[in-house]
Design a protein. Structure first.
Lengths: 339, 137
């Protein structure tokens, strides 16, 4: 497992063709360390996304903040070669992942693909003419969940929903929660089941979790979340079920079943702000299940993993959704929340 | 001919593996490399970090030079390698089916060629024997 963020950048760049990778690996250490994504688009400048914004690679080895003449352009041949490298020159062995729009590589990095849909009977069966690739660099930030643990302590067992905008560190925090719970860093070692539909939490590559998710953790890789939660309940007798980005009706129903089985559910949901969260019907449905005692709101992409607020779910329901059933204990404390 | 037969066995076995277990190209080359030296060499090159396309091409060309492949065999292997691994399962099954047919046709023509040559050599042998008998008499 990679130790530093610079190493992580290098391991993510492995799937990019030699011509462009040479430029990427020559980037200043500061850029490599902070990089969140590497983006390739046919006929467009190669771009590295950092918390401060986009950096465009230049042919002289430098970077610029705006696309301008002299930038390094990725060609169709670069994209085709990178796509084949990404698949280990065996496109057929990644068919299902390609159909879902991304491939997970060694190190847990997720490569999103964009191109022309191949349809059969109205169903997307693949992608051809790949026109963009987005390499999302997986990060492990041990301790990123410390603040949540210190604020909630044993109350975490009442369930937690982590809300935040894209790239705010939801997955990073979830991963650290899984690791700390299953390694016994917070009391006894819990049996944690991760339902990792998109392979982002554990970063499973050929059956092995590339990210440290702890010693007592089972990973259901690639399972649709609803099915994975039920499978975990049936077969793994977990104490904690953890998954990313819940939202559909079937997922909400699976969460309810998990609650009935006495399992702690920890998950995340997309929401840029508290206002956005309370406007979302999916959030209301999820909170009404009573599976989440608390909601943690993350700051944003500028400060990945930073907790802005922690609220009691019951209070949020009572105040924002009017008529909620408070948390699983039926307790309401006011929307001022914990933090 | 033995090389073509081994190549056809590789195609048949790999086609099944791709359909049922989606085994990656480098693993297939490693697995079936014992019967076909260029496959084994290709797998070794991949393990050493060479990219698949270059590894396949250079392994075929090196083996062709060392073992004296007929030009048709070399082209068959190179053309097959250019499409190996580049498409989804259905695409690969079609690719393998095409090269199984081409390989069989190549094998048939090699057998015919051998039949023709062996007949020729037999006739030359008989003629040579008759000529030698006449000379001795």
């Amino acid at each position: 497992m990679d130790s530093s963020n610079g190493d992580r950048f290098a391991s993510a760049a492995v799937c990019i063709c030699d011509r462009i990778r040479t430029f990427l690996l020559a980037l200043p250490e500061a850029v490599r360390k902070d990089a969140q994504e590497i983006r390739l688009r046919v006929g467009k400048p190669v771009c590295v996304i950092c918390p401060g914004g986009s950096c465009f690679l230049k042919q002289d080895g430098g970077v610029s903040r705006l696309p301008e003449p002299g930038c390094l352009i990725s060609s169709r041949a670069d994209l085709e070669e990178s796509f084949r490298m990404l698949c280990g020159y065996s496109v057929y062995s990644h068919e299902n992942e390609i159909r879902n729009g991304f491939v997970t590589i060694r190190g847990g990095h997720r490569v999103g693909l964009c191109g022309t849909a191949v349809l059969q009977g109205g169903i997307v069966t693949g992608i051809r003419d790949v026109s963009s690739m987005n390499v999302r660099i997986a990060r492990e930030v041990p301790g990123s969940a410390d603040r949540i643990f210190s604020l909630l302590g044993e109350k975490m067992e009442e369930g937690l929903l982590i809300a935040g905008p894209p790239a705010s560190g939801k997955t990073t925090v979830l991963r650290d929660i899984a690791r700390q719970l299953s390694d016994g860093k917070r009391g006894t070692a819990r049996k944690v089941a991760i339902v990792d539909e998109r392979g982002e939490i554990a970063g499973t590559f050929r059956g092995e979790a590339q990210n440290d998710v702890g010693a007592c953790c089972d990973v259901l890789n690639g399972y649709p979340k609803a099915e994975g939660i039920l499978m975990a309940l049936r077969s793994l007798s977990p104490q904690v079920v953890l998954c990313d980005e819940l939202g559909t009706q079937s997922e909400t129903e699976a969460v309810e079943q998990g609650l009935n089985a006495g399992v702690t559910i920890i998950s995340s949901i997309h929401a840029g702000s508290l206002e956005e969260l309370v406007r979302r019907k999916q959030a209301e449905d999820l909170l009404k299940t009573g599976a989440f005692g608390y909601v943690a709101l993350l700051a944003g992409s500028g400060e990945p993993g930073t907790i802005r607020r922690i609220l009691r779910a019951g209070d949020l329901l009572a105040e924002a959704f009017r008529g909620g059933s408070a948390d699983r204990r039926g307790v309401s404390y006011g929307i001022s929340g914990v933090l | 001919m033995e090389r073509l037969e081994a190549f056809l066995r590789f195609l048949t076995a790999s086609k099944t593996e791709i359909r049922y277990s989606a085994t990656p190209v480098a693993a297939l080359a490693r697995k079936y490399g014992e019967d076909l030296p260029f496959l084994k060499r290709c797998a070794e090159k991949c393990e050493a970090g060479e990219n698949w396309d270059e590894a396949w091409k250079s392994a075929v060309m090196e083996s062709a030079e060392r073992d004296g492949f007929p030009r048709d065999d070399e082209d068959l292997f190179l053309n097959f390698g250019a499409g190996f691994g580049t498409s989804d399962t259905e695409g690969q099954i079609s690719h393998f089916s095409l090269y199984l047919e081409l390989g069989k046709a190549e094998l048939e023509s090699a057998k015919e060629e051998r039949g023709r040559k062996s007949k020729l050599y037999r006739m030359l042998g008989v003629s040579g024997g008759v000529a030698a008998a006449i000379l001795l008499c």
